[in-house]
Design a protein around this ligand. Sequence first.
Ligand SMILES: Cc1cc2nc3c(=O)[nH]c(=O)nc-3n(C[C@H](O)[C@H](O)[C@H](O)COP(=O)(O)OP(=O)(O)OC[C@H]3O[C@@H](n4cnc5c(N)ncnc54)[C@H](O)[C@@H]3O)c2cc1C
Length: 402
Amino acid sequence: MKKICVIGAGASGMVAAISAARSGASVALYEKNAAVGRKILQTGNGKCNFTNEDMDTAYFRSSTESTLIKSVLSRFDEKDTINFFENLGIKKRVRNGGLYPYSETAVSIVDALSFELERLGVKIIFECPKIYIKKKGDGYDVSGTYYDAVIVATGGKTVPKSGSTGDGYWFAENFGLKVVKPLPALTQIKSSQKWFKDVAGVRVEAELSLYIDGSFVHKSHGELQLTDYGISGICTFEISGLVSRATDNGQKCRVEINLLPECTFKEALSMLEKRREIFAERSVGEMFTGLFNKKLSDMLIKEAGIKPQKKAGSLDDKELKKLAHISTQLIVEADGVNDFAKAQVTSGGVSLDELTEDMEAKKARGLFFVGEVVDVDGICGGYNLQWAWATGYLAGKAASID
Ligand SMILES: Cc1cc2nc3c(=O)[nH]c(=O)nc-3n(C[C@H](O)[C@H](O)[C@H](O)COP(=O)(O)OP(=O)(O)OC[C@H]3O[C@@H](n4cnc5c(N)ncnc54)[C@H](O)[C@@H]3O)c2cc1C
């Protein structure tokens, strides 16, 4: 019987331990916290969006072009995740393609995994002291105990309070593996533009276009939240990893916001032309009533350099063009993103070049890396947990094979 050590009892580690134990291994699971799955409890606003019906490699990013993501997701896809949890008693609830436990609480996911670990006799070492891993014979010495294989499931660096403080990178580097600089992703984008203070708290449906060093890179849609330090909301999160990496590289990031996402500039202009005519006697500010939140239109008018008291009917074509322009291409110069404490996932980590399709280090056979510690991050919607379950499951199985 193979002896396997899993480090980290988060999403990927618990599934790795279950998978290894189901494959007949004797498994020890080391966790620095006093409980398992602390971060899972925070996911999906406490409801845990554990996978998504719409699964595609396009929703995942890595610094390395590799077939590994595709290979992992084809061998353990969203249906496998649903089955895996159904077998543990988790009835699914589907919301806009996102899968949640029917109970609508992440506690159910953690409990279901804990019951299975117990059933399989996985030994959990809570509040473990700082661990070391050394090569020993065909296997590894983990803080004085011999194991045939080790699965590192220590997570990334996001929300360090949950226990994920980036220890896995250190383990990888000690074995000579390349680690892509970890940076915060799925988080807010910061900007020092002064007008943010005037629109803090406004939420608006928008389309964001990201430009890095002047070149278009990515578009996202959804509810945008304006804050006093920049932008937030799921559409912001979607581009935040790219902004994080680019600003860290010293590149310039510009986000263009279309506040009328169903309109092109031309369509917005013709709508404003009609409003100028119909509401000629109203002020420019009042001309926007019913189109934008007042805080937002006041800011747009100010930034367009137009006096808000001016009569709409007296706006000339140049001024109207400026208003249409700023409404469809409001420019945000991004300074960077919020830090790891506020981010949902880590971009970067153990390079895919270093790993086999079963997540085993090519340079250190028997040593596996799973979940967020690996240089793969997904967008919001259950993709990061899908990556954690899938890599954990495949590595647990592979590590147990003689
Ligand atoms: C607020 C928030 C909401 C999120 N919502 C979603 C969502 O709805 N859907 C989704 O798919 N993803 C979501 N995510 C992302 C998702 O939670 C993570 O990608 C996922 O938990 C990563 O799993 P993991 O096993 O790699 O790491 P983690 O779940 O972070 O687990 C790592 C574990 O390892 C332990 N550990 C670390 N170092 C050591 C060590 N040296 N010794 C022993 N133990 C150690 C930690 O204490 C921790 O328990 C969210 C993240 C956050 C922060």
